[in-house]
Design a binder for this molecule. Structure first.
Ligand SMILES: C[S@@+](CC[C@H](N)C(=O)[O-])C[C@H]1O[C@@H](n2cnc3c(N)ncnc32)[C@H](O)[C@@H]1O
Length: 291
């Protein structure tokens, strides 16, 4: 371990250049961004301060923290796990070992709900099945001023993180979270049901990058032998809990649209369509309860 007293006096600019070079040499493609985030967190400064005042000295404590962060990053730990926080929909979310690290692709679900809900000022009731950090539900509540939401997860620390995130974002008055197995024990009706369930085929998990495989919780990833186990459960629960005419939005893995549409139809739901992500992949299935 490096002690702060052992480190030479260094400026922000020099510490940044050095960290970028080391991360690049370690094969990290996002070296510049990662270095800015790690130095910013260690030194308590933002991007602007790093660039605007490159000659300022970085205190010894901060340099020691940067050393520890860089070792963890070079061993494959994602920046969000090192810092314990991730930005999603422009909002900060605390993570812990039982929460998925929210993915930029999942912002497509937030956009889809905002695009398709007829009246964003209505007092909507939202349900989030498998809430993790609460990122989807809380991003929506930040945009839907009169909506209330409930999030469920069967990982206790995910429920705790979602509650803490709601509190930090000033949304606790409109958000509740409980521990549970999908919709078990819940009573509807809900106007909107959202879910980003585990959808990776079990046998494919070992092919995922170490950043995902070793740092995201397995229960947030593993969708069973065909990747579709969770959809079978949430389709039944969605059909039971959705208000007549209400809509559900489920995130899909690549190539799952047809199979998940069939699962929805067998549960008595009408498939309305799929919204693409930025890469043009059908990412969000939109279904409705017909009667
Ligand atoms: C892919 S993660 C999504 C987390 C979060 N909604 C997001 O988009 O970042 C799936 C979540 O479903 C939860 N989960 C898995 N099985 C569950 C079950 N039977 N009941 C409730 N939650 C479950 C996991 O703990 C995990 O938080």
């Amino acid at each position: 371990m490096t002690h702060s007293a052992d480190l030479p006096r260094s400026t922000r600019g020099a510490v940044y250049q050095d960290l970028v070079a080391r991360l690049r040499a370690g094969g990290i493609a996002s070296a510049e961004l990662d270095a800015r985030l790690l130095i910013g967190a260690a030194a308590g400064i933002d991007d602007i301060a790093l660039i605007a005042d490159p000659d300022a000295l970085v205190p010894g404590e901060a340099r020691a923290a940067i050393e520890r962060f860089s070792e963890r990053r070079l061993s494959g730990e994602p920046v969000s796990r090192i810092l314990g926080t991730r930005e999603f929909w422009g909002l900060p979310f605390l993570l812990n070992e039982q929460t998925l690290d929210p993915r930029p692709d999942s912002e497509t679900l937030v956009e889809a709900v905002l695009r398709h809900v007829p009246d964003t000022g209505a007092p909507l009731k939202l349900l989030d099945l498998g809430t993790g950090t609460g990122c989807l539900l809380l991003a929506l509540l930040s945009e839907l001023p009169n909506a209330h939401g409930h999030g469920v997860d069967y990982a206790p620390q995910a429920v705790a993180a979602a509650g803490a995130n709601a509190d930090a974002l000033g949304l606790l008055a409109r958000a509740t979270f409980t521990l549970g197995d999908w919709g078990d024990g819940l009573a509807g009706p809900f106007d909107v049901v959202i879910s980003n369930p585990p959808y990776i085929v079990s046998a494919e998990i070992e092919t995922l990058s170490p950043e995902v495989r070793l740092h995201d919780p397995m229960k947030a990833l593993d969708g069973g032998d065909d990747g579709l186990n969770a959809y079978r459960a949430i389709a039944q629960e969605t059909a039971r809990l959705l208000a007549p005419g209400g809509m559900a939005f489920w995130e899909l893995g690549i190539g799952q649209m047809e199979d998940v549409s069939l699962i929805a139809q067998s549960a008595g739901l009408e498939v309305l369509g799929a919204d693409p992500d930025l890469a043009g992949i059908s990412r969000i299935l939109r279904v409705r309860r017909c009667k």
